[in-house]
Design a protein. Sequence first.
Length: 699
Amino acid sequence: MRAYADLGFGLTLAVISVAAIAETETEAPEPEETMPTVVVEDEAMGESHEEVYLPEQLGTGVPADSAEALRNIPGVSAQRMGGHGLEPIIRGQSQNRLNILLDGAYIYGGCPNRMDPPTAYAAMDTYDHITVVKGVQTVKYGGGGSGGTVLFERRPPLLGPDKSVTGRVGLGVKTNSDTGEGSFDIAGGNERFYVRGIGAIADADNYEDGDGNETRTAYTARSAGITAGYTPNRQTELALDADFIREEDVLFAGAGMDSPQSDSDIYRLRFKSDTDYGAVSGIDAQIYQANVDHVMDNFSLRPAPMMKMEVPTESDTSGGRVGVDFDTGSWRWTLGVDAMRNERQATRFTGMTLDAVQSVLWPDVEIDQQGVFGEVEIPLATIHRAKAGIRYDRVEASADAANQSTDFTSDIGGSPVNTPNDLYQAYYGVDGDEQDEDNWGGFVRYEHSLGRYDRYVYGVVSRAMRTADATERYLGGNSASAIQRWIGNPGIEPEQHTQAEVGVDWGSSDWRVTASVYYDDVSDYILRDTARGQAGILQSDGASIYRNVEAELYGGELGGSVDLTDAWTVSATVAYVHGTNTDDDRPLPQIPPLEGTLGLDWQGRVFEWGGLVRMADRQDRVDLASRQDVRETPGWAVLDLYGVWHVDPAADVRFGVNNVFDVAYAYHVNRANVDPFNPEPIQVNEPGRVFWVKLAGRF
């Protein structure tokens, strides 16, 4: 295909261009600080399972949202349904199989079709660090998390007698979608008190793909926040903060609806201290409230059909966590408790005047989780370390409006159906009664140091249980057409993941290789499927339903870099995941194919230049029967070129061009395939050629 034909020429062009520009660079004072491509924080073999990034290190360009930036990490991909609201995937697992926390707070979106996953409410430049944990390597951040954990984190500002104000500002623009964005993060105070204000805005039009086709991807997103903090010392912080996120006129090429409004308010009260209190070496406590008001419809942002539809929704999440670290000799322990409650309500209205209730999608769903956890870290000698954790979660779920009647009645199997309970009975033979679960999880990790440069080999085994979310358990989407029905399963069992992983981080001062392989045996995998009279499914009419199956996932990641000279570095990554529904002997849907990158970078005193080829193999392991995969997706490769001008130690200008050869391509994991109201689902192509510039200043 054209992408592969251009690959060799593109690499040659990248090398020649970078070399030519590098040779013309003039001498200038060296800036005080130049960040490497990726920062992995590792404190004396501390949290070695965590990958910690600065916002500017995740990808090149001006990403639409944080999920688009995250997919530049090996093993991480993202489903696209529009220009905003991409769904992150880690090792083939997404949605509630990932624990995603915004500065310690959980947030659950207001769209049953996930127009607004948690990352949609995380403006990248308003956070200090993004931490990614792949697989189950900790039990501190809630139940489940079988695919991994993503933490968007803020740190207290460093203020004192010589610096009472600090901050950063940023501006970015990119062509194709005519996107403009800006952000600020300013804090003022002294050693003991501070006030911090943050804000971000982004506005984008529709973009064109590589074939010149306009794609419905416009959006406007704004966020603002304020924090008041008390820091009696450098190791202690008590903070109260609030974030306000407003998204407007968000278009979705891969859905039958758009979102004219999606608002979120997040409130937190946090206390964290690493000061020793006798045997206690640290305390981390927090309570939070995250409220989402979301609206989607099929008429306000696109030509109105004869039959209008509108879905206003609410999703309110509250919770808290207390974790205590303490030492007993050389053993370090963390013990804690956490709790979370998510309440969701969604009603679909239809008709010329939107006065008829067509479906009760989320019938006043409430899911409560209370957990207790413990971890211990044990040094076994100067070159060995073991870490283990265990947690228990009590889950209670209910749907108080499961018997609410609608203004619309369909006929299923000769019986009239117009409440969520009618749907549950018709497809599963159960009511939406209150459900409860007792879920256990844990892990054991062993590391062996390879000596210098904090290199090591490791192995980890784990178990995680993931409860069904409000959609999987209680969705009540009715329709006269069976193919447009979408019904949750109140009797669904929680997933049980048993995983094993081995890996290595090996290298020296001028080269590094990281590699890992993993296997995940899943009992009661929650599969979104079509009703075909399978075991436990009472209908065979093609409606969208949920059922438990046995499954397995396995794969690996490989990455490396070599410093060819003091200035030149070459890097490469490869990631692969293989997923199978072993009950039906068919592939799991929405699994990314073999993906990789090949990069070449030059770093000078004032300028940096680089080129990156992103590529994906053909994905022919698809599940067409579930309607989650629309086709076998062809492979592709695109070239990005970029540079950085360090204007001075406190200011950078980043610039580049993505998809240099204007290739038309789509990621296989693509959310256009899962909307029951889109009669002709398609994959949403990625943008064509994009020129971009981003300015960042610090003070």
